[in-house]
Design a protein around this ligand. Structure first.
Ligand SMILES: Nc1ncnc2c1ncn2[C@@H]1O[C@H](COP(=O)(O)OP(=O)(O)OP(=O)(O)O)[C@@H](O)[C@H]1O
Ligand SMILES: [Mg+2]
Length: 342
């Protein structure tokens, strides 16, 4: 089936060669109040992230809890503003959140969160939830919208007789199917999925991941897939970005990165992938101090936990630089003789 009821925003844009999504130097600092006198402590949740996602491509984002994945995901859609840098969608900078231009753009870029119950309106039936974005964006007439809802329900594997049900009458997996159908309603070209299956029963996680993969392939969607589960990312993504304390420390084609990780942090992540069937919990994968974005170590943020750290790692933060075809890494010890000599 096709879901291409939407005009393609990526057509006739001023920069045809531009990636669908391009983030350049994104920064997000939260002020949290800590200590006896409640003094503000800046938390650099996202610290200068740049990335690109091509049309139809899946970028996986992995990293431990607190590394800034969700914050970055929200920033990519403009839900969270970036304090520095810019996000471009189809070549144009994102309009400010809440403006009519941004709301109109949301038809083309959608998010799937971890908790489907929180994302759904308790008082609306399944069919009404899925139809809502079509109403908001004024797609088609009543009959066309009804047909579209039926088509979407079938595409995500919901039965027609579930149309009149309410969210609490469905299982977690079925609710996430509703969220996915709703996200696809207006025919977006980008889907940001933030841990879309980690709240679901392990037994149905694979089904929902497969559904996302099918929907992506059928609709030529670009996807940003945030997950703790390296195995899922390896299966689903074309490229992967590894985050540590708000920064991308390694990025590249998923097979190359997982087969031969370059950054010591990625090496630790990959070597700790548990046996098939078990989930990886980012909280347990590395020894040493858990990363604290309110107290970033000087130099390379990973150096206190890095088995290879040398003097320059404590003194100077390594830049994320090209290391091989399509690959980047931020490590003084990777990527060229001059760096190895440092
Ligand atoms: N609204 C907020 N106010 C203050 N600090 C925040 C806020 N949201 C996130 N943070 C902090 O920013 C950092 C990054 O959080 P974020 O939720 O983006 O990480 P994450 O990689 O998605 O983690 P997880 O894997 O647990 O979902 C954390 O230190 C977090 O405590
Ligand atoms: Mg998160």
């Amino acid at each position: 089936m096709t879901l291409d009821v939407m005009p393609d925003v990526t057509r006739d844009t001023p920069r045809k060669a531009a990636p669908l999504l391009e983030a350049d130097g994104l920064v997000r600092i939260y002020e949290t109040r800590k200590g006896l006198f409640g003094q503000p402590v800046p938390v650099r949740a996202v610290n200068g992230v740049s990335l690109k996602v091509a049309q139809g491509e899946t970028l996986g984002i992995v990293g431990e809890s607190g590394s800034g994945k969700s914050t970055l995901g929200r920033m990519l859609l403009g839900v969270d503003p970036s304090q520095e840098g810019v996000v471009r969608f189809a070549g144009a900078p994102l309009p400010a959140a809440g403006t009519p231009a941004w709301r109109a753009l949301r038809a083309h870029m959608q998010m799937v969160h971890q908790d489907p119950l929180a994302a759904l309106d308790k008082r609306l039936t399944i069919a009404d939830q899925i139809r809502e974005p079509l109403d908001i964006h004024a797609r088609g007439n009543r009959a066309e919208r009804r047909a579209r809802v039926a088509e979407l329900m079938q595409a995500v594997g919901l039965r027609p007789d579930q149309a009149g049900r309410y969210p609490h009458e469905l299982s977690g997996g079925q609710r996430q199917r509703v969220v996915i159908a709703r996200a696809l309603a207006c025919g977006p070209s980008l889907l940001v999925c933030d841990e879309p299956v980690s709240a679901l029963d392990v037994s149905i996680q694979a089904q929902v991941v497969n559904l996302l993969a099918d929907m992506q392939a059928a609709n030529g969607l670009a996807m940003v897939f945030i997950s703790h589960d390296l195995k899922v990312v390896r299966n689903l993504a074309d490229r992967v970005a590894v985050m540590y304390l708000g920064e991308i420390v390694e990025e590249g084609p998923v097979e190359a990165v997982f087969a031969a990780p370059q950054h010591p942090y990625t090496q630790a992540l990959v070597s700790s992938v548990p046996a098939p069937g078990k989930r990886l919990d980012g909280r347990m994968i590395l020894k040493g101090e858990p990363p604290n974005p309110a107290a970033r170590p000087a130099g390379c943020a990973f150096h206190p936990r890095c088995p290879h750290a040398v003097a320059s790692c404590r003194a100077e933060a390594p830049a994320l630089v090209p290391t091989a075809a399509g690959r980047r890494a931020a490590c003084h010890l990777v990527g060229g003789a001059d760096r190895l000599a440092a």
